[in-house]
Design a protein around this ligand. Sequence first.
Ligand SMILES: Nc1nc2c(ncn2[C@@H]2O[C@H](COP(=O)(O)OP(=O)(O)OP(=O)(O)O)[C@@H](O)[C@H]2O)c(=O)[nH]1
Ligand SMILES: [Mg+2]
Length: 209
Amino acid sequence: MSGQAKPPNTSQAKNPLQHTRFMLLSPDMDHVPLDSGREVAFAGRSNAGKSSAINALVGHKGLARTSKTPGRTQALVFFEVDEQRRLIDLPGYGYAKVSANLKAQWHHTLDTFLNQRQALRGMILLMDSRHPLTEFDWQMLHWCQSKALPLLILLSKADKLTRREAHATLNKVNQELTGVKDVIVQLFSTAQPASIEQAREVIANWLAL
Ligand SMILES: Nc1nc2c(ncn2[C@@H]2O[C@H](COP(=O)(O)OP(=O)(O)OP(=O)(O)O)[C@@H](O)[C@H]2O)c(=O)[nH]1
Ligand SMILES: [Mg+2]
């Protein structure tokens, strides 16, 4: 790669995720695409902003369905970046109003997926920057650690905080994660293009784009 200049990191630079399309929605592990190529999954509490983040990263507002009602994405939703690369919108966790039965089912699907999926190259964990690092977030974090799966934490909806609050939150989360390996933390907002580019670079790297 020596001597090859990287394209300038401006809004004119091509978005490597721009051709991403909806692929399929799978209610369980029996209907997921063939486990080949590279994948990056988006996890986080219900309503944390997973689907919105996918749309912002891809640059296509209506691609992943977003909602003010928590619990919207109740399946694994696959998006195809190209034939060998996918993004996955995972079911949100921690939503109180679903039945215990359904919760157990989600938990099982998620657990099986995370345990079996060879194509998985990294996990994006969305946390609302106003209340990060819930018990479920820690569970997901520990799981990624146990699998040595690289993790990008997006402290979402950062536009709802003042700059000062946002940076205080970032520092606090970084402090709490002292000693945790292979984790990157950043502020994220669908209204802040620089934060979207920052996350996109990590994903492009994991997907070898
Ligand atoms: N202000 C602001 N609102 C956001 C941002 N990201 C998401 N939201 C809002 O938060 C709500 C939930 O966003 P979703 O993307 O649907 O959240 P989700 O994590 O996919 O939720 P589930 O599918 O239910 O698990 C929606 O009303 C979004 O418009 C952001 O960066 N800033
Ligand atoms: Mg969603």
